[in-house]
Design a protein around this ligand. Structure first.
Ligand SMILES: [Zn+2]
Length: 283
């Protein structure tokens, strides 16, 4: 996405433009006068029409997610290439795809359990979403291990992209981040690691939350290990298991970082074997 397109989206998805649409039970965005018809046409051409609502239910979203697992393009090779370009800062949109892939990796087929959202998978029972708004956060360069319904929209769009070509210098950037992380002292928390990364300017095109997103992805891979919950690369954890494990976190952990990253400490270091298994499979 070029800067022009992102700037149009920024003008629209500005909190003051949002208003509650009662019939959709969802925030809708007013198109400000600074956005022209030509701008809107441009967004439509690339599939990012604002207020692009779709109503999802649990069973249908789960089926669509499970079906994506059979998609031949959705491989570890594809999603790691996207992630590496996200880490270099060349393609911030690429950061989320590995996280979404890890969510599906061991996602089991099941019936809905709970009230509004499922206690197993976290998908809502019934929800209307603006798909462009869901994608907007990823275009800004965020990546999250929450809101799994957005992973469906994210993966469906990501699969329309070409796999990025990864160069040696792209790989070196990720290796630099890994090596930098291994230098943590035993008591280092994820919050302190993020601050060190910021002050040494290791990750371009990031802010605090975007750095958390990249580190959270490494935690979900099991590259930044923790003792409280299995990373999604190894095993699917239900929402209930996640809530129970979160209760074991000590209060010294920052509240805006969640598991599995929240369970990492410098003494856990980096699982290099896992790093090579995921990012250098031919090594
Ligand atoms: Zn579920």
């Amino acid at each position: 996405m070029n800067k022009k397109t992102l700037s149009i989206l920024k003008k629209i998805y500005f909190h003051e433009n949002g208003f509650y649409n009662l019939s959709l039970d969802r925030i809708e965005y007013k198109i400000p006068t600074s956005v022209t018809q030509v701008d809107l046409k441009l967004l439509e051409t690339i599939g990012l029409k604002p207020n692009n609502f779709e109503t999802f239910d649990h069973d249908n979203s789960l089926d669509r997610l499970l079906k994506l697992r059979e998609n031949k393009k959705l491989t570890l090779d594809f999603v790691t290439a996207m992630f590496i370009k996200g880490v270099t800062g060349e393609l911030p949109r690429g950061r989320q795809t590995l996280m979404s892939y890890l969510y599906l990796k061991h996602l089991p087929k099941h019936e809905f359990v709970g009230k509004e959202s499922c206690e197993i998978c976290g998908l809502p029972k019934f929800k209307t979403e603006d798909k462009t708004h869901q994608l907007y956060t990823y275009y800004l360069g965020h990546s999250w291990n929450e809101t799994p319904l957005s992973f469906l929209t994210e993966l469906e769009e990501a699969l329309t992209f070409e796999k990025p070509e990864i160069t040696k210098s792209d790989r070196d950037k990720l290796t630099e981040l890994i090596e930098f992380t291994t230098k943590a002292d035993n008591t280092e928390t994820p919050g302190k690691l993020e601050k060190r990364i910021a002050s040494d300017k290791i990750l371009e095109q990031t802010d605090k939350y975007k750095r958390y997103g990249i580190l959270q992805t490494l935690a979900e891979c099991g590259i930044l290990p923790n003792k409280l919950i299995s990373p999604k690369y190894e095993k699917f954890a239900s929402r209930k298991e996640l809530w129970d494990a979160s209760k074991k976190l000590t209060t010294s952990h920052r509240s805006d970082i969640i598991l599995p990253l929240a369970g990492w400490k410098g003494e856990n270091s980096v699982n290099i074997k896992r790093f090579n298994e995921i990012f250098n499979p031919t090594k």
